[in-house]
Design a protein around this ligand. Structure first.
Ligand code: PLP
Length: 315
């Protein structure tokens, strides 16, 4: 990591992180009225290149989710992805990194009424393994229920909804689990605290549908694509009962931060053999290869950060 201070994008300017300040009265700080994203970039040492993963898809989701709060980032998804690549270049990152776009209500006063004042930021930070999971993790169902769409849309990546994730994570950790599994109000499995969930039963890959109050994960989409195209698996989006977790042959989480994380125990019961399953380990490897630019068919998922600039310098 470079010695110089990280620079961030904040309200139209690129400035040092320490200068990107907000008022203590900021609407979003009190009421959680922000919408964020999380985008990974992987460094490939052998050719000194960095790849942003599905950056435009993340920004399309961000812009769509901002509409829930009637916030409108002006830039297009393409421009935002370019700006993120530029921030990584300005920070000279030569290691895996994470970009955190944030749009929020920034009026500085008391009162929930929105007044159309919005602010935008994109931060990039070096970022390694978030949830060590190579040999499988222990997940546990927590007592908190997933936020309901009619109250606080889980698909929205809205700041205030992450209190639900924080409570779930804290409870899971206090019980000794590596990650929590949250049920929705119907009692069906929704997702992990910051990740989607898949199980394998009878050779089929099963994951809850968006209508079960999940975040419509981009890693989930990558894994469904890889499972269908590379492994010719049946992928089924349907509700999952809690007890199905206990009889599943395999289970894993997906997410930008957790990547593909095998689950080998749930609620103190082994999942299948209690070892990382064949389908899980295969998908984990395929995903890792794809996001490091090692499978030509999925290069369209990646945005090279340094190469376009080097090419333009050579011209
Ligand atoms: C609640 C929740 N579910 C699922 C995910 C996975 O989504 P993605 O794969 O787009 O990162 C995330 C990660 O951002 C999340 O916060």
């Amino acid at each position: 990591m470079p010695d110089q201070e990280i620079v961030v994008y904040f309200n139209g300017k690129i400035i040092p992180l320490s200068e990107a300040k907000v008022s203590i009265l900021t609407h979003a700080l009190h009421y959680g009225t922000g919408v964020f994203e999380g985008i990974r970039a992987y460094w490939r040492e052998e050719d000194e290149e960095m790849f942003l993963v599905r950056a435009e898809d993340h920004y399309l989701r961000w812009k769509a989710n901002c509409r829930i709060l009637q916030i409108e980032p002006e830039m297009s998804a393409h421009e935002l992805a370019e700006l993120t690549a530029e921030l990584i270049r300005l920070n000279h990152f030569r290691t895996d990194a994470y970009a955190r776009p944030l749009a929020y209500m920034n009026s500085a006063r008391i009162g929930v009424k929105p007044d159309g004042r919005h602010a935008f930021a994109i931060m990039v930070v070096p970022f390694g393994v978030y949830l060590p999971s190579e040999n499988g993790i222990h997940a546990g169902v927590v007592s908190w229920r997933r936020v309901e769409d009619a109250a606080l849309p889980a698909r929205g990546k809205i700041c205030s909804a992450y209190v639900n994730s924080v409570l779930a994570t804290a409870e899971a950790h206090s019980h000794g689990y590596d990650e929590g599994i949250i049920l929705n109000e119907d009692g069906h499995v929704a997702e992990g605290s910051t990740c989607n969930i898949f199980i394998v039963r009878h050779g089929k890959l099963i994951t809850p549908p968006p209508s079960d109050n999940i975040l419509e994960g981009i890693t989930r989409d990558c894994v469904m694509t890889l499972a269908r195209r590379e492994m010719h698996l049946d992928v089924v989006e349907r509700s999952i009962d809690r007890s199905e977790l206990y009889v599943a042959d395999e289970a894993f989480f997906t997410g930008t931060a957790v990547e593909v994380a095998p689950i080998t125990r749930i609620d103190h019961r082994p999942v299948g053999t209690g070892q990382v399953g064949f389908i899980t380990s295969h998908l984990r490897e395929l995903y890792s290869q794809a996001v490091h630019g090692r499978i030509a068919d999925y290069e369209s998922w990646l945005k090279p950060v340094y190469q376009p600039v080097l090419e333009s310098l050579r011209r």
